[in-house]
Every structure is written in structure tokens, then in C-alpha cells.
Write a protein that binds this ligand. Structure first.
Ligand SMILES: C[S@@+](CC[C@H](N)C(=O)[O-])C[C@H]1O[C@@H](n2cnc3c(N)ncnc32)[C@H](O)[C@@H]1O
Length: 335
């Protein structure tokens, strides 16, 4: 043994062992409205237990853990308060609320992840029917705040605020409608054609109406590989779609999208990208395991792979657009 080599310790591995705890503690706090009860005020544990209708013992345990995570703070008088992070992102009335993702993870993802050992052995998803309309309808709204900042960056990069004529946006797998909504907010000239499964389009419409944009939205229900995309669109958005489609269906979707764009039109793709050598970023690597567990053929891809598919479909100038979120957006042009 090399005596100069730093000795390994088990600490990091044990942190991995308990990594399941953080999302479940945060989820329990959100469900019991612990963060909401602390909006604008610090409370003692007794007052917080009363406000949330929780047991003192149960609340004390998760509040201590949340203080440990740095998502709550406690002063010397024993009053618990929000931190800037939980104030911005875990209060349910805030536009930036991202807490819904914890429900998706605990209720929809984790039950399937518990079968990972078997999934690795077979290469088949944990539950054949996991990724259907009901599955998506249950969580797409929780994704809104996660993509809204990036969708705003796209609107700026496209210069939509300066548009003087009609701009037609094809929003593929629209979900909450976040991409089309952010683009439509940038200019009154923008109209959106949203494609998704029927149950999900009810969510798309509800959210668009909440933003006062219902009259600029057309919905087309159907599978992305058969639905009528129309033609002559200036922009097409493909937000978090390719990872569940797999390689062959992604390539076919990009070809269909190319045909639906006007010359000079732009496609914008949001994905959890991985580096070409698949050594990182961790989010893209973990999400590939998620796709293994949840889908037949899904996965995560590098900019280089997607750029190749885009070129193959007839697009030019595939490029990255820096945007808030885990990965840059990928843009390309129909020449
Ligand atoms: C992960 S969500 C992303 C939603 C939205 N684009 C976003 O970025 O938040 C995937 C969306 O694609 C839709 N979708 C997935 N496969 C589809 C298919 N084969 N045909 C139509 N819609 C599909 C789902 O219903 C869901 O709304």
C-alpha cells in the first residue's frame, strides 16, 4: 500500500446512503405548509405546530433537519424562520415556487426507483405504463417555475419584444405551456400552437388562461409523431421532450419539426445535457438513470449528439444559448 496516498474515508459513501432523506423531509414540510406558515414571521415550535396542525415531536424532527440543510434558520430565542432560499422558492404562493417537484419525485418517481436493481438486470422500465397522459397531467404544472426563467431568456434571445408582425410558435409537448406563455408574454404578435396529449392540454389551457393568454393559444391533441403541426411557424419549442422519446423517435421528431418551421425559423430544445464523455454534469447522469427506470428507450444526450440530429434533420447552426437552469438551451435554424 502506498503510505503517501490520502486514506479513503467512508463519509462520502454514507452521505449517499442517507441522500433520500432530504427530498422526503422537504416534501413533508411542504405538505404540512411549514414554509407557508413562516411567511413573513418567525415562530416558536409550539406556535408552528399549532399553525400547521402537526405533532410537536414530528415537527421538531423535520425542523431540526431543515435547519441543518440551511432551509430554515433558528434564532437564540428558539424562533424558526425562513432563509432567503426557502423564502424565494418554497412558499407556495410565490411565482418561483419549485416545491411541486418534490411531490413528483416522492409520489411518481421514487416508487419506480425502488425497483432499480431489477430494472438494471432487465433493461426494462419498472412499470410499463408509467409514462402516459395521466402521469404527465399530474406533474407538468410543477415544472412551470423550473423552465420559466429559461423560457424568458429564449424570448429575449429571439428578440420577440421588437417583433412587428405575426410570430407563430409551435410548442411541442407543451405541458404547462411554459415555453409558449413566456414567448407570448414578450410580444402581442405571438400566437402559440400547443401539441400534447388531451388530458395534458386541459392543464395547458388552464395555465394560459390564468396568464390572460387563452385567446392566443390553439391546442392540438395527439401524439407528437402524428398530430398536425401545421406549417410556417417562426419558432418551435421542444421543452424536456427528447429524453423520454429516445434516439430514433427524437430524430424523427426533429425532422417533423423542421418541416413545420418557416425558412429562417428557430427550434429551441431544453434538455438535461451531459458532456460528450458522459462524466458529468451529475444532473444529466442521474436523469439518464431516471429515464432507464421510467421509460423503454429514454436517456440523456450531449449537445454534440443533439446537434448531429439537428443537422441530419436539415437544420443549420446548432448552438447553445446560456439560460437559467441546469443546462443551456440548444437552438438551430431552418435555412
Ligand atoms: C416533461 S414534460 C415537459 C413539458 C413542457 N414542455 C416543459 O418544458 O415543462 C413532457 C410533455 O410532453 C408530453 N408528451 C410526452 N410524450 C408525448 C407524445 N408522444 N405525444 C404528445 N405529447 C407527449 C407530455 O404529456 C408532457 O406534457
Amino acid at each position: 500500500m502506498n503510505s503517501t496516498a490520502p486514506s479513503a474515508t467512508p463519509e462520502r459513501i454514507l452521505q449517499f446512503a442517507w441522500a433520500f432523506a432530504a427530498p422526503l423531509v422537504i416534501e413533508a414540510a411542504i405538505r404540512h405548509r411549514v414554509f407557508d406558515a413562516l411567511a413573513g414571521q418567525g415562530l416558536t415550535l409550539d406556535a408552528l405546530a399549532q399553525a400547521t396542525g402537526t405533532s410537536r415531536r414530528g415537527l421538531a424532527a423535520i425542523v431540526d433537519a431543515l435547519v441543518g440543510f440551511g432551509l430554515l434558520a433558528r434564532d437564540d430565542a428558539g424562533r424558526t424562520a425562513l432563509t432567503p432560499e426557502s423564502d424565494a422558492f418554497l412558499l407556495s404562493h410565490r411565482p418561483g415556487f419549485i416545491g411541486g417537484i418534490f411531490r413528483h419525485i416522492s409520489a411518481q418517481l421514487m416508487p419506480n426507483w425502488l425497483h432499480l436493481t431489477e430494472v438494471v438486470a432487465t433493461g426494462k422500465p419498472a412499470r410499463g405504463d408509467s409514462v402516459g397522459a395521466a402521469y404527465f397531467a399530474a406533474f407538468v404544472e410543477d415544472l412551470f417555475a423550473l423552465s420559466y426563467p429559461a423560457a424568458g431568456a429564449l424570448a429575449s434571445a429571439l428578440g420577440l419584444a421588437a417583433a412587428t408582425g405575426p410570430v407563430s410558435v409551435l410548442d411541442l409537448g407543451a405541458g404547462s405551456g411554459v415555453w409558449g406563455i413566456a414567448l407570448a408574454q414578450a410580444s402581442p404578435h405571438v400566437t402559440v400552437r400547443a401539441i400534447d396529449l388531451p388530458d395534458v392540454l386541459a392543464v395547458t389551457r388552464r395555465v394560459a388562461e390564468r396568464f390572460g393568454l387563452g385567446d392566443r393559444l390553439t391546442t392540438v391533441a395527439g401524439d407528437l409523431h402524428a398530430a398536425e403541426f401545421g406549417s410556417g411557424h417562426q419558432v418551435a419549442t421542444v421543452g424536456q421532450i427528447l429524453h423520454s422519446e429516445g434516439v430514433e423517435r427524437s430524430r424523427a421528431l426533429l425532422r417533423r419539426t423542421h418541416a413545420a418551421l418557416a425558412p429562417g425559423g428557430t427550434i429551441a430544445i431544453a434538455e438535461f445535457l451531459v458532456n460528450a464523455d458522459r462524466r458529468g454534469p451529475l444532473m444529466g447522469l442521474i436523469f439518464a438513470v431516471n429515464m432507464l427506470v421510467q421509460t423503454e428507450v429514454g436517456g440523456t444526450y450531449s449537445f454534440e449528439e443533439i446537434a448531429h440530429w439537428l443537422t441530419e434533420a436539415g437544420f443549420t447552426n446548432p448552438r447553445r444559448l446560456p439560460a437559467p437552469g441546469p443546462s443551456p438551451l440548444i437552438l438551430a435554424t431552418r435555412s
